[in-house]
Design a protein around this ligand. Structure first.
Ligand code: FAD
Length: 370
């Protein structure tokens, strides 16, 4: 019997899950309340790597990179660029310097392609990167970047090609088990996958199910063309707490994390002036170039009580995927794939089982890159 599955949410996770479910024979309808990529995926920086200290994350990172690269080779509407990811702490920041060393040891133990690198070696390889004051640095070579919205649209197109029906401008609400309500109709499905990102808490709250996930705001900006764009790695400064990567001849710069919960449907969508000015100056010190800001924005990420996402079956036939702590795009291909497998009777990701919580746990939001 062909399984009828609803995927709610047209972000990176939803389109991947919908595509994979249809490839494996399910009859899939994807409902998106707005347009594909109108949520966090369309506002993300597109930094991708497999540098994680836990085996499950490293495996998901590697699998996602493999899928990004394969999609980039097979379609001309999606491009993924391999690029090393470098992160470091400043001299004198003993705690974070030690943290970088420990991370590399842990990441190596789970098979990640990472190593410590001296500031001199970094400077020799990337002459445009100012390495003065760096105490401890590390690099991951299994890494790269893309424009996240292009992944969602390309995977959405691929999903349509394998028979997924995609209904945009179609907000849905959960009704009783297996049922969804659109503004005009009630539909019944064998399984429902809620890939509704930071809205997941609200969608579930409407049917009385609490989850320990808090939406929080982060920020980013892009710059005009710079002479250094192609000569720098993707870079995270752990001491100052910001990152940048090459983007279309310029740079994309991000962080500006707010450590408090926000309403995901009512938050300031422009970046704060202070965030832009502070980080423009920081970037200028690192690349010896004064970048002109071309666009600045804010978006939402989701934090959980234990830093791991909630992915899997929450109630019979009701699956969720949210709470990625700012690392959801780079893991989305693998997470969507595993969700599809689980819906079709295979194994999910045990460490992310959403039923490990009661739902009403109290916790503080922790910055995703820390
Ligand atoms: C500025 C910024 C930078 C980031 N940078 C990175 C990065 O470099 N690397 C990385 O890995 N991650 C990054 N992230 C995090 C990343 O964006 C998210 O973790 C990821 O995109 C989540 O994907 P998703 O598919 O779960 O959610 P989303 O992309 O948010 O998709 C959910 C979709 O569900 C829809 N929806 C919600 N409610 C309903 C409803 N009731 N009915 C129908 N549809 C509904 C929404 O409209 C939305 O399109 C960044 C985030 C931001 C904001």
């Amino acid at each position: 019997m062909r399984l009828h599955v609803a995927v709610v949410g047209g972000g990176a996770v939803g389109v991947t899950a919908a595509h994979d479910l249809a490839c494996d024979g399910a009859d899939v309808t994807l409902f998106e309340r707005d347009e594909l990529a109108s949520g966090s995926s369309g506002r993300a920086a597109g930094v991708c790597y497999s540098a994680f200290p836990h085996a499950v994350d490293a495996a998901n990172g590697r699998r996602s990179l493999a899928r990004f690269r394969a999609l980039s080779e097979s379609r001309d509407d999606f491009e993924f660029t391999s690029c090393p990811y470098v992160w470091f702490a400043h001299e004198g920041d003993t705690e974070r310097c030690e943290g970088v060393r420990e991370q590399v040891t842990q990441m190596k133990a789970v098979g990640a392609d990472v190593s410590l690198v001296s500031p001199e070696a970094l400077r020799a390889e990337f002459p445009a990167l100012e390495t003065a004051g760096i105490g401890v640095a590390a690099r991951c070579d299994d890494a790269g970047y893309t424009e996240p919205a292009t992944y969602v649209r390309a995977m959405g197109a691929a999903a349509r090609e394998v028979g997924v029906s995609i209904e945009e401008n179609m907000p849905v609400r959960l009704a009783e088990s297996g049922k969804l309500r659109t503004p005009t109709e009630t539909h019944e499905f064998d399984a429902v996958v809620l890939a509704t990102g930071v809205q997941t808490k609200q969608v579930l709250a409407e049917i009385g199910i609490p989850i320990p996930m808090k939406p929080y705001r982060v920020q980013a900006f892009t710059t005009d063309q710079t002479p250094v764009s192609e000569e720098i790695p993707m870079t995270y400064d752990a001491t100052e707490g910001f990152y940048f990567r090459p983007r279309q001849g310029g740079l994309l710069v991000g962080d500006g994390t707010e450590l408090f919960e926000r309403d995901p449907d009512d938050y300031p969508k422009d970046a704060d002036e202070e965030f832009v000015e502070t980080n423009r100056a920081r970037v200028e010190r690192r690349v010896a170039f004064e970048p002109a800001v071309s666009r600045a924005w804010a978006g939402m990420c989701g934090a959980t009580a234990d830093f791991d996402p909630l992915v899997g079956e929450l109630r019979d036939g009701l699956y969720v995927a949210c709470g990625f702590q700012g690392h959801g795009f780079m893991r989305a291909p693998a997470i969507g794939e595993r969700l599809a497998t689980q819906v079709l009777g295979g194994e999910g990701i045990q460490a992310f089982d959403p039923r490990r919580f009661r739902g009403d746990e109290e916790f503080e939001i922790v910055e995703g890159l820390s």
